[in-house]
Design a protein around this ligand. Structure first.
Ligand code: ZN
Length: 73
């Protein structure tokens, strides 16, 4: 992977923080064009933690369905 393979592209990022799930939309990480792997810059991660910890009101609330695969069947 080289720097030229990377392009800025916003994604929706899901982060678990202190036992709760947080969804961060329109986050600009770097995505490799060849393997589509997401590489987060330190700046992007700082932004995620800042949003979660700063008390910023969320854009909206969503209910998340949680399943236990061990209880299936
Ligand atoms: Zn790659």
């Amino acid at each position: 992977m080289t720097a030229s393979e990377l392009e800025a592209k916003t994604v929706t990022w899901v982060q678990r923080y202190q036992g709760q799930w947080y969804v961060i939309e329109n986050l600009p990480p770097m995505v490799c064009k060849q393997c589509a792997e997401t590489y987060f810059t330190p700046d992007a991660y700082d932004r995620v933690v800042e949003l979660i910890t700063s008390g910023t009101p969320p854009a909206r609330m969503e209910t998340v369905a949680v399943y236990d695969a061990a209880s299936c069947g």
